[in-house]
Design a binder for this molecule. Structure first.
Ligand code: NAD
Ligand code: DAU
Length: 338
């Protein structure tokens, strides 16, 4: 695999994946296609712009002509589709764009893979397609055989994209793989998601909005462990297969928030319990046995170490998230970083 299309690379996980691949896979060149929605930030890719093996194209995965022209010109060996509307709360406010990007955009990419005989398409999916687990049954975990059972417009759109990806494999023989990962955290996460939002609020001494009683549980994975898993699936995974990715790092939201406050030296009086998210999934927990047994993937970063590193990153890179809060990030151009 010499040339890989990475969609959504100006976002959190796609950006980390680009840095990871450029560092650990010399000889591979990457083209990033990103629409630069509110969630895309070119500053996340600042270091990549200096690398001759990296190219950026602004455009939407829903733009069939642009996508087909790009595939024809570049002759990709693989596609990794990170591009998505990713925030559950926004999907409750405005579901339409989630269906357009997450479902129809995936269809455009799959069609382009068929038309130009791309040897591999990887769909970056989520554990949210499995719905949620009860809080009082800690032995239950999501396996690849767990039925899809979604809660939010976001998760319904991601499950639809998974079904479409599997249908293209069965009907057209498209060489696909799918990964379903649990909650990621780490550098460059947009400050609307729990961890960076709480760091930004706590740093400013503002109230920390915790939904409900803060008892919902998420299974946290350090973003670089996710990136390594995707690379292993790309290079060693079996076509047509789904791989769950997670690291057995379950935490209640309130625990995560208290950890952030402790490390930042702030008091718990900043915690403010607010109205719960409608349809709020109670607990996610991934069983990652298949990817461990078949590909030898294991998480390398435990939550206690990863969260400390992440909080330090946000403290040391405050200008990155302040540029988002001020809106300045939307004025950046690729030339500014070359
Ligand atoms: P993000 O919101 O940080 O980034 C999404 C990126 O996609 C942005 O750069 C945005 O500009 C781009 N984008 C949006 N619409 C586009 C379009 N139509 N065409 C091209 N680019 C477009 O998201 P993230 O948290 O990095 O998530 C990346 C992927 O991983 C998503 O598919 C998400 O469903 C999945 N995922 C996320 C997590 C998590 O914890 N964040 C966990 C599991 C899976
Ligand atoms: O599990 C994977 C999913 O994780 C990904 O598919 C999604 O793209 C990603 O956004 C994430 O979804 P969540 O809804 O779990 O993430 P979020 O950061 O929005 O919320 C994490 C938990 O924190 C959730 O239980 C809701 C709660 N929360 C969130 C916010 C933003 C709060 O209590 N207060 C908040 O202000």
């Amino acid at each position: 695999m010499k040339k890989i299309l990475v969609t959504g690379g100006a976002g959190f996980i796609g950006g980390n994946f680009i840095h990871y691949m450029l560092r650990d896979y010399p000889g591979v060149s990457l083209v990033c296609l990103d629409a630069l929605t509110y969630a895309g930030d070119l500053e996340t890719l600042a270091a990549a712009f200096k690398n001759p093996d990296f190219k950026f194209v602004k455009g939407s995965i829903t733009d069939r002509k642009l996508v087909f022209d790009l595939f024809e010109a570049e002759k990709f060996d693989a596609v990794v589709n990170f591009a998505a509307e990713s925030h559950v709360d926004r999907s409750i406010e405005n579901p339409a764009v989630f269906l357009q990007t997450n479902i129809l955009g995936t269809q455009v990419l799959l069609d382009a893979c068929n038309r130009f005989a791309v040897p591999r398409y990887h769909q970056v999916s989520t554990d949210e397609v499995y719905g949620d687990l009860p809080l009082d049954r800690p032995e239950l975990m999501f396996t690849e055989a767990t039925p899809l059972h979604t809660s939010s417009p976001y998760s319904a759109s991601k499950a639809s994209a998974d079904l479409l990806t599997q249908a293209y494999h069965r009907t057209f023989g498209t060489p696909v793989t799918i990964s379903r990962c649990s909650n990621n955290y780490g550098p460059y996460q947009f400050p609307e998601k729990l961890i960076p939002l709480m760091i930004a609020k706590a740093s400013a001494g503002q109230p920390l909005p915790v939904y409900g009683e803060g008892l919902n549980v998420r299974d946290w994975l350090y973003v670089e462990d996710h990136c390594r898993a995707i690379a292993m699936i790309l290079f060693g995974g079996t076509v047509g297969e789904v791989y769950n990715i997670g690291g057995h790092n379950e935490r209640a939201n309130i625990e995560v928030v208290k950890t952030i406050l402790r490390q930042l030296g702030k008091g718990e009086e900043l915690i403010t319990f607010v109205k719960d998210r409608p349809g709020h999934d109670r607990r996610y927990a991934i069983d990652p046995k298949k990817i461990g047994d078949e590909l030898g993937w294991q998480p390398q970063t435990l939550f206690d170490e990863g969260i400390e590193r992440t909080i330090s990153w946000y403290v040391n890179n405050e200008s990155w998230w302040q540029n988002i809060l001020s809106g300045r990030y939307q004025t950046f151009t690729p030339e500014a970083f070359r």
